[in-house]
Design a protein around this ligand. Structure first.
Ligand SMILES: [Ca+2]
Ligand SMILES: [Ca+2]
Length: 75
């Protein structure tokens, strides 16, 4: 029981951030693509996405999205 909760904690963390930011992980892969992010924030362009995607992975994870919100990159 504890193990399964641990395994799911990352998913819940992402869902919590997504709910707050109103971003939907449409394809359910656990991270937000440019398309998924701009669906919630149409003003995000390539340059801003690159800023949000701190590690340059091409996808925004829950931590990167949270940081972007806290830093005022997106609101
Ligand atoms: Ca996704
Ligand atoms: Ca990333």
């Amino acid at each position: 029981m504890k193990l399964s909760r641990l395994a799911l904690s990352g998913v819940f963390a992402l869902a919590a951030v997504a709910a707050h930011a109103q971003v939907s992980d449409t394809d359910g892969n656990g991270t937000f693509s440019f398309e998924e992010l701009t669906a919630a924030y149409p003003d995000i362009d390539d340059a801003l996405f690159s800023q949000i995607d701190v590690d340059g992975s091409g996808e925004v994870d829950a931590d990167e999205l949270q940081a972007a919100i806290e830093n005022g990159l997106i609101a």
